[in-house]
Design a protein around this ligand. Structure first.
Ligand SMILES: Cc1cc2nc3c(=O)[nH]c(=O)nc-3n(C[C@H](O)[C@H](O)[C@H](O)COP(=O)(O)OP(=O)(O)OC[C@H]3O[C@@H](n4cnc5c(N)ncnc54)[C@H](O)[C@@H]3O)c2cc1C
Length: 383
């Protein structure tokens, strides 16, 4: 058993951390959260640094990185803000879907633009009545010559309103079939006529933005259909493991940031003539926070190692997502307690973790759905 990173992986972690320390200063993060504005400067720096290229194959100008590289990047970006990671993850995971499921022509058309920063990507599946249950999806596309015409409404699409964003939209193309056999994936630039975007006023993750999208007779060229008609579910499944794993690593980065802030505060803040971290009740809270974060990290690394070896890791990844998301929620919540009244101030960062973390057990498959999946893999079929 070897728990060490390679020198290249250590170097990757160090360089991403250094870049984030330099650009994503406390003031920058707080300002973007306050103004609810997209981290364009940071995104450009990731492009320049080649970070977007990391998981793409070398023949598409990628760096050929694996799942371990991805969890390192996800954790480091999220130590500043999980929200920032969603901008990176949206582009990278949608792009990887094109690599896996697109035609050669589609790959040559979309991937260079994505890696150069000319376009970004986001994913849009959820609808007002279709969250955990995608069979309730109502948005449709119908063929009209060399185009498809999309009508319907999507909800909770992270980053869909960013400049030059190409929304990866899943819609029904066969309304009679089961959704797994009647859904298709389209690449839809967010400025096509007939698209209306509304940035939602959310509790957290306020920079990259969460959008409601209305499609009113949106004409999408047929060559923007990825993976073939009615093969959308296949596209979803092909990227599910790495996407969930990277999200888990992002939550772990957020949890670690909350722990680090709380530990520092517990050392600095004095009451009754001594640092509050010397009170056993506070020290034990911090010990629990670090232990749970570390347990999640260990699980994430093992799952990443399995994926990098080409093994199926659905069970381990679902467990890692469950554990890590709940560790982030708990670390941020206990972190609020450690900070006392100061936790409530918008000038300090714990409240942002408290707000941002709350989505962790909901998005990318709720905790209940992860437990359903894990139980199913244990031979139990929840009704
Ligand atoms: C900040 C944020 C960003 C998001 N970004 C995106 C995005 O970029 N793209 C996108 O497509 N979607 C996105 N989502 C949507 C997200 O994927 C859904 O919110 C999630 O799948 C849950 O769906 P729902 O909100 O409709 O809840 P519901 O499915 O209605 O669930 C409500 C509650 O019921 C529980 N429940 C439902 N079914 C079961 C069951 N079978 N067994 C046990 N419990 C069950 C759930 O666990 C939950 O507690 C985002 C959501 C958030 C909050």
């Amino acid at each position: 058993m070897d728990f060490d990173f390679t020198p290249e992986q250590d170097m990757l972690r160090e360089s991403v951390r250094k870049m984030m320390d330099k650009l994503a200063t406390g003031e920058y993060v707080r300002q973007l959260d306050r103004e609810q504005s997209y981290p364009y400067k940071l995104y450009d720096a990731w492009v320049e640094m080649g970070l977007l290229r990391m998981p793409f194959p070398e023949n598409y100008d990628g760096l050929g990185g694996d799942a371990i590289d991805m969890v390192i990047i996800a954790e480091e970006l999220s130590r500043k803000s999980f929200d920032f990671f969603t901008a990176y993850g949206g582009s990278v995971f949608c792009g990887l879907n094109v690599v896996r499921k697109g035609s050669e022509e589609q790959k040559r058309r979309w991937i260079p633009k994505l890696l150069s920063g000319e376009i970004k990507m986001s994913i849009s599946m959820s609808e007002p009545n279709a969250g955990s249950d995608l069979s309730a999806m109502r948005t449709t596309a119908r063929r009209d010559g060399n185009h498809w015409i999309i009508n319907g409404q999507k909800l909770w699409a992270t980053g869909a309103g960013a400049t030059n964003n190409v929304i990866n939209v899943y819609v029904k193309t066969d309304t009679q079939a089961h959704y797994r056999k009647g859904m298709s994936l389209f690449l839809v630039p967010n400025d096509l006529p007939g698209i209306k975007l509304r940035k939602l006023d959310m509790l957290g993750r306020r920079c990259v933005g969460t959008y409601e999208i209305f499609f009113d007779d949106v004409r999408v060229p047929a060559e923007n259909l990825i993976g073939g008609e009615n093969n959308g579910w296949d596209c979803v499944l092909s990227g599910l493991q790495i996407e969930r794993l990277a999200s888990a690593a992002g939550y772990c980065g957020g949890a670690q940031a909350a722990v680090d802030l709380a530990v520092q505060y517990a050392k600095d803040r004095e009451q009754f003539g001594r640092p509050i971290g010397t009170f056993q009740s506070i020290a034990h809270m911090l010990a629990d926070m670090q232990t749970e974060t570390e347990a999640a990290r260990t699980m994430i690394w093992r799952a990443a190692w399995m994926l990098a070896k080409g093994r199926d890791a659905l069970r381990e990844i679902s467990m890692a997502k469950l554990l890590s998301s709940e560790a982030y929620v708990k670390a941020a919540s206990l972190g609020m307690q450690v900070f006392g009244g100061y936790s409530y101030s918008m000038e300090l960062d714990m409240q942002r973790h408290f707000r941002d973390s709350r989505s962790a057990t909901i998005a990318a498959g709720t905790s209940q759905m992860q437990r359903n999946l894990i139980a199913g893999l244990m031979g139990l079929k929840p009704r």
